[in-house]
Design a protein around this ligand. Structure first.
Ligand code: COA
Length: 260
């Protein structure tokens, strides 16, 4: 079951961190539904391998640039070059993120700063860099940021990421108000645990938490990258045109399970 073929024809999208994990599922979905997609991430080897796989598996050509969302000037250059190559930016998916488990009392200042810079400042930098292009999007630019349900509750063991992801939601709310006059919609998605991602591997499986986490998912199973990608398509296509400043949980219902 999927969206109508070609629903994103004529759209151009940038996905930060689009070479791996949830980002790569989003790229595949946007690309196969007709969008021209560009990806930015830090590691050239990941980008080259991903672009080859997108072509071989899905028959889509994806443009790419290396870049670190922490570097505002670098990311602006990458976005401008990609926009030239893919025909503007109608859709920005702020997906790049970094995280690791560390109790707050042991977390160094640099560890704290690093995750805040990638997740929160990186989202700000990406929105600023894309703005001129999003303003020109003919059906209204779309920004979708990847947050997490943990942001609503605090995140013991990942204070940096919890604070950053919470900040991302607040930033999307502000941008939805300030940039509404440009026709830009800004929303966020809270993924639950998604199979096969580095995040789930390091934050859940390697911590021995797989059984405990699964027990707390009402639908009883981890999600797939495609589940998140479907929410992104809804928010980036005409179907989501009246949605702005909102979050969608794609987590098997687990956000309401926490205290049971
Ligand atoms: N526990 C405690 N501190 C850690 C840590 C861990 N597991 N991993 C990194 N840090 C600290 C480092 O010690 C360093 O602090 P210090 O200078 O006080 O020692 C600081 O964090 C920065 O680490 P560094 O490795 O230099 O940062 P980086 O920019 O190369 O990497 C990370 C960024 C740390 C987020 C890295 O995990 C990463 O690149 N992740 C990308 C992928 C990812 O996290 N995906 C999951 C998304 S859910």
């Amino acid at each position: 079951m999927s969206f109508a073929e070609g629903i994103l024809n004529g759209k151009s999208a940038i996905v930060t961190g689009g070479a791996t994990g949830i980002g790569s599922s989003i790229v595949r979905k946007l690309g196969t539904l007709g969008a021209k997609v560009g990806i930015v991430s830090r590691k050239e080897e990941n980008l080259i391998a991903a672009v080859r796989a997108f072509k071989e598996d899905d028959g889509i050509d994806v443009a790419w640039r290396t870049g670190d969302v922490r570097d505002p000037d670098g990311i602006k250059n990458s976005f401008d070059e990609l926009a030239d190559e893919i025909g503007g930016i109608d859709i920005l998916v702020c997906n790049a993120a970094g995280n690791f488990i560390c109790p707050t009392e042991e977390l160094s200042w640099n560890g704290w700063r690093t995750v805040i810079e990638i997740d929160l400042n990186g989202t700000f930098n990406s929105c600023q860099a894309a703005l001129i292009h999003l303003k020109a999007a003919k059906d209204g630019g779309r920004i979708i940021s990847i947050s997490t349900g943990q942001a609503e509750f605090g995140w013991p063991g990942a204070a940096h990421a919890g604070a950053a992801k919470s900040g991302i939601q607040n930033l999307m709310k502000t941008i939805s108000v300030e940039w509404g006059k440009y026709g830009i919609r800004a929303n966020w998605v809270n993924p639950g645990p998604i199979k096969g991602t580095e995040g789930v591997d390091r934050l859940i499986i390697q911590q021995g938490l797989e059984k405990q986490v699964t027990k707390n998912i009402p639908l009883g199973t981890f999600g797939e990258g495609e589940d998140i990608a479907n929410a992104i398509v809804y928010l980036s296509s005409d179907t989501g045109r009246y949605v702005s400043g909102a979050g969608i949980a794609v987590d098997g219902g687990s956000q309401w399970q926490r205290f049971l």
